[in-house]
Design a protein around this ligand. Structure first.
Ligand code: GTP
Length: 287
């Protein structure tokens, strides 16, 4: 039997979980950031348990990387689940002021509870959490309207935790919390790998690139209106047709890279991750 597509380096997960729980202990409000291309795969199965009864504000970032009709479909689906998702583009700043207001309102709720218990109100403390690379640092910088966190900085650099004031009622931890890997779910892990939201993990690029093409094939069949027209034709001159991911990759390698499937895989993944194939959702709301 072949090995599972995604494997993690031992030790990292326990460390990430410990660091996250330390941060969560210090806050009242949690801004949970997911990748709008994969809102389900970027949900950690233990999040509910970790957040407990703190206020949670849901953010679907990278909204520029999905089409408006997918955004609408997710908005409606999340509402049926009793959650209001905030759609943001942390690069350009869209959706940030509404998000800041929601975070403050969540803080206000928390202070109301304090007053009800006869306690004095105090600035409410919040943290931004999410999987690697979903845009947490970019979002913090936007919320604070200045650059306090290095976007795409090197992971693993430990620093003193600092609180930064967003308003009289709300303070934000300047370092985001990183969710540990989703171990048990390989299907989710492959989507995280496709989107590069997986942090340090070992995987086979060709398998992950083939899985990307298989996802496109699946969405093309289920909901073609959610994809750009002929998403691969425009860039590679080779359309998806009815090809499986594996055979698409082999043909692309043959046509453009002298049969080098690794190069074809890297090209596909890089193009997708940079948005060069267009706005493409890899998940759609369950029906
Ligand atoms: N297109 C697009 N790119 C974004 C968006 N938000 C962040 N990015 C880019 O995505 C990359 C990762 O963003 P970061 O803010 O470093 O993500 P992070 O979650 O803090 O990443 P880690 O430090 O790895 O945990 C950067 O190159 C950002 O410029 C967005 O809304 N749209």
């Amino acid at each position: 039997m072949s090995s599972p597509p995604i494997q993690w380096y031992p030790g990292h997960i326990a460390k990430a979980e410990k660091a996250l729980l330390e941060q969560l202990k210090k806050v009242d409000v949690v801004l949970e950031v997911r990748d709008a291309r994969i809102p389900l795969a970027t949900c950690h199965p233990q999040i509910q348990q970790w957040v407990g009864n703190k206020e949670r504000v849901l953010v679907l970032n990278r909204v520029d990387m999905i089409p408006p009709q997918a955004q609408q479909a997710w908005l409606e689906w999340f509402k049926t689940q009793g959650t209001f998702p905030h759609f943001t583009n942390a690069n350009q700043g869209q959706g940030i002021s509404v998000l800041a207001q929601s975070a403050m309102a969540a803080g206000e709720k928390m202070n109301q509870r304090r007053r009800d218990r006869g306690m004095l109100p105090r600035p409410v403390r919040a943290v931004v959490i999410g999987f690697p690379n979903v845009g947490k640092s970019a979002l913090i910088n936007r919320l604070l309207k200045r650059r306090v966190v290095d976007s795409a900085r090197r992971a693993g650099v430990t620093r003193q935790l600092r609180w930064i004031r967003i308003s009289d009622q709300l303070e934000l931890l300047d370092a985001p919390g990183v969710l540990p890997s989703r171990l048990a779910d390989q299907a989710a892990a492959i989507k995280l790998a496709i989107c590069d939201d997986i942090g340090e993990a070992a995987y086979d690029n060709q398998r992950v690139a083939a899985a990307l093409v298989d996802r496109l094939q699946h969405i093309q069949t289920q909901a073609p209106e959610m994809l750009p027209e002929l998403p691969l034709q425009a860039r590679y001159g080779l359309e998806l047709g009815k090809l499986t991911g594996e055979s698409y990759l082999a043909q692309l390698a043959e046509q453009r890279y002298q049969g080098d499937k690794e190069r074809a895989a890297n090209q596909l993944l890089n193009d997708f991750r940079k948005g060069l194939l267009g706005a493409i959702p890899l998940e759609l709301p369950p029906s």
